[in-house]
Ligand binder design. Structure first.
Ligand code: ATP
Length: 337
């Protein structure tokens, strides 16, 4: 029986479904009622399954239909946040990727263990405000999109700001604030070819941190604007060619270190979220172990995929290629965990 590619209609679903179509798969978009317009307009789905919400009950009913169609689910950022890590792990529909990775990427302690094992440079972390000895960023947990994050220069500054924060009851981390430019690196690792690929790079467009510099510093101080990091879009980036060997090495190391998760490790698309310093060092503050929305820039391929592929290769399409090759080589079990 043929396989169908399915995902939740949000985040990077357009490129996932288009990429699957380009590789000859039929596609399904699981769509919250009222949100189906883009998926119809861009005609990427052979079938749209409408749901009222993503509650356990609704999604159980969807899973029955998906299994009848022999569908393979492709996770993405909104997919994981709509269903939650635990429910994603319990899905019984065929699922591209290693579900065990979700727990490691969503738990900041485990994530740090993994990144450290890979030998990557991370921002220093302070266990208490008293330890702050350089500019620090205070990041609250939960899907806040960077809302409420603040910069503290020492313990006194931290205490004054946390006392005023509306998020003060949430848990948070205090990290060294890295001065540099944000660089998001999009990778793909196939367990079939055992090769790491650099797909593309982006930088995020975040409001209001990316606009605060448009007004004079004296006005910034007087207006007393709270800085936030809510992502509203992405812009493309190419990096200095001399940095590419470091980029490849970091990706290879994170894949090798992912064997601490389980024997399947990390595969498929993933992203290292970094700040590149004036010393040309990548400081990694997060890993996204799945397709990131920054790859939406490259539905028609990126300068890097152009070098490797003769066809326009989006990350969504690269996933479909992996699945197609796995089917052809009778190795589908190797990409569904
Ligand atoms: P999540 O995916 O968990 O919702 P995120 O991907 O938006 O979060 P965060 O780690 O919350 O990433 O960071 C949000 C913003 O804060 C980013 O723009 C990033 O550049 C900036 N940032 C995060 N950590 C640091 C740091 N240690 N130094 C400098 N900037 C940082």
């Amino acid at each position: 029986m043929d396989y169908v590619i399915a995902t939740i209609a949000s985040h990077s679903a357009l490129q996932i479904l288009k990429g699957a179509r380009d590789e000859g798969f039929k596609t399904i978009a699981i769509c919250k009622g009222g949100k189906e317009k883009p998926y119809k307009l861009f005609d990427v789905a052979d079938e749209i399954i409408l749901v009222d919400d993503f509650s356990l009950e609704s999604f159980n009913a969807v899973e029955i239909r998906l299994k009848e169609k022999n569908a393979i689910l492709i996770p993405h950022g909104s997919f994981v946040s709509y269903l939650g890590t635990e429910r994603c792990t319990q899905l019984s529909t065929l699922y591209y990727g290693n579900k065990a990775v979700l727990e490691w990427e969503s738990n900041r302690v485990k994530e740090r263990v993994w990144l450290e094992k890979a030998g990557l440079q991370l921002p220093r972390q302070f266990d208490s405000a008293e330890e702050i000895d350089c500019p620090a960023i205070v990041k609250f947990h939960g899907a806040l999109g960077g809302r409420g994050y603040f910069i503290a220069k020492d313990a006194a500054d931290f205490k004054a700001k946390i006392a005023k924060s509306v998020y003060k009851n949430r848990s948070y981390v205090i990290q060294e604030y890295i001065v540099g430019v944000p660089v998001y690196i999009h990778y793909f690792y196939s367990p079939l070819t055992k090769e790491l690929e650099v797909m593309s790079f982006d930088r995020r467009y975040e409001t209001n941190v990316d606009s605060i510099g448009r007004i004079h510093t004296t006005d910034q101080a007087q207006l007393n604007v709270d800085v936030s990091y809510v992502v509203v879009g992405n812009t493309p980036l190419v990096i200095r060619e001399s940095l590419l060997s470091k980029v490849i090495e970091m990706g290879e190391n994170i894949v090798a270190a992912s064997m601490i998760i389980n024997e399947h490790g990390l595969f498929g698309p993933f992203c290292l979220e970094t700040i590149l310093t004036p010393n040309q060092e990548f400081i990694v503050f997060e890993i996204s172990a799945r397709i990131v929305a920054g790859t939406n820039l490259f539905i028609n391929g990126s300068p890097y995929t152009d070098l490797k592929y003769s066809a326009p290769m989006s990350t969504g399409r690269r996933i479909a290629v992996d699945i197609k090759q796995a089917i052809e080589q009778n190795r589908l079990h190797e990409v569904l965990h």
